[in-house]
Design a protein around this ligand. Structure first.
Ligand SMILES: [Zn+2]
Length: 248
């Protein structure tokens, strides 16, 4: 394990273009529940019933009451953990350019990363369904549901609902960045959901090293990843950054 931390620090030191791909696993220590799998939000809610764009259009008040209100409480009070901060530190050290994330919690930006591609949009902002004006979620008053824009339109998360398209510019740019990088850090995601799943493959095929930081083996392990550093994002990122500071 210590050898792998050293290896990752050396690989980062040697790389000239590093990108990170992150998922729910990096935000768990910030109290953001994941959606899929055991204990996930979709065990309690049927996503097709409540997180589908048709449900939101049909009855925004209902989706606000059942889902968005609760998510707002969680995201409003969440702070970046050492996993996010480690990636921000890498950017500060000139070692990381872009974070590609499946998360909608805005915690990478809160930690200080400046170039974050969000496949699924963001929950940190709400958007007016009529005029597209944006409001920071934490400043949105929810004493009346659904909350409204100053134009009277209903606010919705600036995130991608089921039945909506992944923003095409995000997809296009991620592919570009994945094929350009010479090291991809995959943190807190098993990368089984498209389009995220494609990015490590594109990176690998373009000759990049793929370094995985996950608590357990994933479909990437031994197939795409050069190596897996097994553990939580905070702990491993702290150790990699400390090691990198020693050698650079
Ligand atoms: Zn409006």
């Amino acid at each position: 394990m210590d050898d792998l931390i050293k290896q990752a620090a050396e690989d980062l030191a040697a790389a000239s273009k590093v990108t990170a791909l992150t998922g729910a696993g990096i935000s768990i220590e910030s109290g953001i529940p994941h959606f899929r799998g055991k204990g996930g939000l979709w065990e309690r809610f049927d996503p097709m019933e409540i997180a589908h764009i048709d449900a939101l259009m049909r009855d925004p008040a209902r989706v606000w009451t059942i889902l968005i209100k609760e998510m707002k409480e969680i995201v409003d009070s969440a702070n970046p953990n050492d996993g996010h901060k480690g990636l921000a530190k890498l950017e500060e050290m000139g070692k990381l350019e872009t974070v590609i994330t499946q998360n909608i919690d805005g915690l990478h930006q809160a930690a200080g990363n400046t170039d974050v591609i969000e496949f699924h949009g963001t929950f940190a902002w709400q958007r007016c369904m009529d005029c597209s004006q944006k409001y920071e979620t934490r400043n949105v008053d929810i004493s009346e549901i659904p909350p409204r824009c100053s134009c009277g339109g209903i606010l919705r998360p600036d995130a991608v609902f089921f039945g909506e398209m992944i923003p095409q510019d995000a997809l296009w740019r991620s592919r570009q960045i994945a094929s350009d990088c010479d090291l991809m850090l995959v943190v807190g995601t098993s990368a089984v959901v498209q389009p995220a799943a494609l990015m490590p493959v594109v990176a690998k095929e373009s000759g990049a090293k793929v370094v995985e930081i996950n608590p357990e083996r994933t479909p990437l392990t031994d197939e795409i990843s050069d190596y897996l550093i097994m553990g939580g994002a905070s702990d491993i990122m702290n150790r990699i950054v400390a090691e990198l500071e020693k050698i650079s």
